[in-house]
Design a protein around this ligand. Structure first.
Ligand code: URA
Length: 230
């Protein structure tokens, strides 16, 4: 949000006062004086006027986790361990999951406290491909790829899924690329053919690939260059 809007949204400053504060160079974002009303205040910015802190600022955090099977994609669960239980980090209440996986689905899970970053990653509009390795009970035929590319109608949500790309790897294994993350989407797509998904593993979300060095249950912080990709 622009700094002039951020300040005038506070009950104590009107627009005229905000203009003056900026001209008088009394506003600081992350320690730097700003006088441009278009300067950006982000979720994690520290904002000060004179010596008063209006927004404390906090570090943005980003993690990549190799989700093991038998673990819930939620921040809390009364019965099962959650993906957050696998993180040995402070202030876990501040973190959320960018793109959930089912209880027994494995693979790449991204966890952050940056809401706009996770929205960019998961919103269907940004069309970032999510790549899954799939193993099924029955044979996967060539017809599947055609149907998935056309989109499938999901009556519950009253929508047609966006075109998805299927690459056959073997009689009962394939790689599937989808750009959205509807509830149980992959299982429902194969369910259209009455074919049960036996193994599901997320390999990639957009440009971020699951680190081959991470064992199931392992995690690491993302590097600055990875965070900037989203
Ligand atoms: N689609 C599913 O059906 N399950 C997942 O965990 C992810 C995508």
């Amino acid at each position: 949000m622009r700094v002039d809007r951020f300040l005038s949204n506070l009950p104590r400053f009107n627009r005229q006062q905000v203009r003056l504060l900026l001209v008088e160079r009394r506003v600081r974002i992350d320690g730097q004086i700003v006088n441009d009303p278009r300067a950006h205040v982000r979720e994690f910015s520290r904002v000060e006027v004179d010596d008063e802190v209006l927004q404390a600022g906090r570090p943005a955090r980003y993690f990549m986790l190799h989700k093991p099977p038998g673990c819930v994609s939620a921040t809390r669960d009364p019965q099962h361990r959650t993906v957050l239980d696998l993180l040995d980090e402070p202030d876990k209440d501040d973190l959320h999951i960018a793109g959930r996986l089912d209880f027994n689905t494995t693979g790449l899970m991204l966890i952050t406290n940056d809401g706009s970053w996770s929205r960019r990653l998961t919103q269907p509009q940004t069309k970032l491909p999510k790549i899954y390795y799939v193993e099924t009970e029955q044979t996967i035929t060539a017809e599947y790829a055609v149907t998935f590319a056309q989109g499938l109608y999901f009556a519950f949500e009253d929508l047609t899924t966006q075109p998805a790309e299927l690459t056959l790897l073997g009689p009962t294994s394939a790689r599937l690329s989808i750009v959205e993350g509807r509830y149980h989407q992959v299982k429902r797509m194969f369910g259209h053919f009455n074919n049960k998904v036996l193994r599901l593993h997320r390999e990639r979300m957009g440009p971020l690939v699951l680190d081959a060095h991470l064992e199931p249950g392992g995690y690491r912080a993302l590097g600055a260059e990875e965070i900037c990709l989203i």
